[in-house]
Design a protein around this ligand. Structure first.
Ligand code: HEC
Length: 235
């Protein structure tokens, strides 16, 4: 376990652009809060954070950035460069143009006459159906968006929200699940990684798999990666 201690003074100095992470004395009378980082190996102490205190967004996002820098230290510059490039580029769904229409219409599958006679009439989805379903679906993604941007919505206890490290759901890579995750020591599904990040950088409790909040966040993350090819197991 690596332990990194920060005070807000150091944090502010970092924000102002100077200095690297350094250990600082923590005054005895202020109880510290230790937060586990995303690598599953390190913890960071946020000095001055009282138990039960939820940091205001500006302070919380500085803490989130410090956690990312600590992760960078353990993961190395290659992984960091990939992370930073994606965060800067934004979410694929936001940039990706609508998929190009096929040059020629796909040939209609030939239906053997006997099967055609036996088959029930295909249901025609009306525009109204499609609209209602889309609205219903969008509701989930929108709810997920709110939770992803909320410091407390998913049960986080220190004021840190997902978007502080994953702007526009960048670097969430839902298309790579299931995959073996070393910090969880098992083949993880997307929801396992969501719970991992709730428990560690957000210091919350994991959500049950069928919790509506879990379903909503999954819906949002997947919607944000629309158009990205599935690559289970990709690291
Ligand atoms: C302090 C920064 C931080 C916060 C806050 C944070 N994450 Fe993460 N997250 C990371 C880092 C760093 C990783 C990469 C961990 C690794 O594999 O080494 C990660 C990984 C992930 C992954 C897996 C990405 C992949 O490539 O497989 C998902 C999904 C994810 N986070 C979702 C969330 C959700 C949902 C929240 C909010 C509950 C959240 N994160 C909050 C830093 C953060």
């Amino acid at each position: 376990m690596t332990k990194i201690t920060l005070t807000f003074g150091v944090v502010t100095a970092l924000l102002a652009g100077g200095g690297s992470l350094r250990a600082a004395e923590v005054p005895k009378e202020v109880p510290d809060q230790t937060v586990a980082l995303c690598d599953g190996q390190s913890t960071m102490t946020i000095a001055g954070l009282k138990p039960g205190e939820i940091l205001p967004p500006e302070k919380a996002s500085v803490v989130a950035k410090d956690m990312l820098q600590a992760w960078r230290k353990t993961q190395g510059e290659t992984r960091w460069a990939a992370w930073a490039a994606e965060a800067q580029a934004g979410a694929p769904a936001a940039q990706a143009a609508a998929p190009a229409a096929p040059a020629s219409p796909a040939p209609k599958p030939a239906v053997p006459p006997a099967a055609a006679a036996a088959a029930p009439q295909p249901t025609k989805f009306t525009a109204r159906d499609q609209l209602l379903w889309k609205r219903e679906q969008d509701k989930w993604a929108e709810e997920g968006y709110k939770l992803f941007h909320s410091p407390t919505g998913l049960g986080g206890t220190i004021g840190v929200s997902c978007d502080m490290c994953h702007p526009n759901a960048t670097n969430t890579h839902p298309e790579t699940y299931p995959k073996y995750q070393v910090q969880i020591k098992k083949t993880a599904l997307l929801r396992d990684m969501i719970n991992w990040c709730i428990e560690n950088p957000e210091k919350g409790k994991p959500l049950p798999e069928d919790d509506p909040r879990m379903r909503a966040v999954e819906a949002y993350i997947l919607s944000a990666r629309k158009g990205v090819a599935l690559e289970p197991g990709k690291h």
